[in-house]
Write a protein that binds this ligand. Structure first.
Ligand SMILES: C[S@@+](CC[C@H](N)C(=O)[O-])C[C@H]1O[C@@H](n2cnc3c(N)ncnc32)[C@H](O)[C@@H]1O
Length: 221
C-alpha cells in the first residue's frame, strides 16, 4: 500500500512538472493520451487569420505546439509557456527550426506571470494545467491581460468527479468544481464562457471556451 501511494505521489509530481528521464517519457505519454483533447482545443480557436498570435500554456510534451505550428501562417507566431526544464529542453530540440525562424517562441514561465505584452495574443489554449495552480484567479487574470479584446481562451479541464477516481489526483491535484472554474473565468473578465463537453458521457472532459468580448460569440466555430 505504501509503495502504491509512493508511486502515485511520484506520478502526480511528474504530471505537475515532468522532470528528468522519467519526465521525458511522461511528456511522450501525455502527447499520446491527450492528443484528441488538445486537438479539440486547437480546433476551437481561429488559427486561419493571417499573422495570428497564439499560445499554449503548460504545453507538456508539445503536441499542442505541433498542431498550432501546422495551422498558423508564416506571418503568425506560436508562444509556448512551460515551467518544466525537461519539457522546455525537449521542445527546444524538437522544434529547433521553428524557433530559428521566430515562428515559435518558448518561455520558461508560469501561467501566473506571463512574459507576454498586454493585449498581444489572439488565442490561448491550456489543457490539464489548472490542477497544479493554486491561485487560479491570478493565473486567469494574467491570461485576460495578454489577450486582445477579441481574444479567446480554451481551457481544457478533466471532469472533477471523473478525476477523483484516478488515485494519483489525491496527491496534490486541485480538483475544483467546474462551476467554480467558470465563476473565476467570468470574474476575471471573460464576457462569455461556454462549457463544451467532448462526449455525451457524464464524466466527459470539459473544454471551457472563453471570449474576452461578447462579440467573440459571433466568431464561434
Ligand atoms: C498534465 S501536463 C499537461 C500537458 C499538456 N497540456 C497536455 O494536455 O497534454 C501539465 C503541464 O503543465 C505544466 N505546468 C504546471 N503548472 C504550470 C504553471 N503554473 N504554468 C505553466 N505550466 C505549468 C507542467 O509542467 C506540465 O508540463
Amino acid at each position: 500500500m505504501w509503495l502504491i501511494d509512493r508511486a502515485m505521489s511520484g506520478l502526480a509530481g511528474q504530471l505537475g512538472e515532468p522532470s528528468g528521464v522519467v519526465g521525458g517519457v511522461v511528456g511522450r505519454l501525455l502527447n499520446r493520451g491527450n492528443r484528441s483533447i488538445v486537438t479539440a482545443a486547437v480546433e476551437a480557436i481561429d488559427t486561419a487569420a493571417p499573422g495570428v498570435v497564439v499560445a499554449d500554456i503548460g504545453f507538456g510534451g508539445g503536441v499542442g505546439l505541433d498542431l498550432l505550428l501546422r495551422r498558423v501562417d508564416a506571418a503568425g507566431s506560436v508562444h509556448g509557456v512551460e515551467l518544466s526544464a525537461t519539457m522546455l529542453a525537449d521542445a527546444r530540440r524538437r522544434f529547433s527550426d521553428d524557433i530559428a525562424t521566430g515562428h515559435l517562441v518558448l518561455h520558461d514561465a508560469r501561467m501566473e506571470s506571463l512574459p507576454l505584452d498586454d493585449a498581444s495574443v489572439d488565442a490561448i489554449i491550456s489543457t490539464n494545467t489548472i490542477y497544479f495552480i493554486e491561485d487560479l484567479a491570478a493565473a486567469v487574470g494574467e491570461i485576460v491581460r495578454v489577450l486582445r479584446p477579441t481574444g479567446r481562451l480554451v481551457l481544457g479541464v478533466g471532469d472533477p468527479a471523473q478525476m477523483t477516481k484516478m488515485p494519483f489526483t489525491q496527491h496534490g491535484f486541485r480538483l475544483r468544481p467546474i462551476e467554480e472554474v467558470i465563476g473565476v473565468l467570468r470574474q476575471a473578465g471573460f464576457a462569455d464562457v461556454e462549457d463544451r463537453r467532448l462526449s455525451a458521457d457524464s464524466g466527459a472532459f470539459h473544454l471551457l471556451v472563453c471570449d474576452v468580448s461578447a462579440d467573440g460569440i459571433s466568431r464561434r466555430q
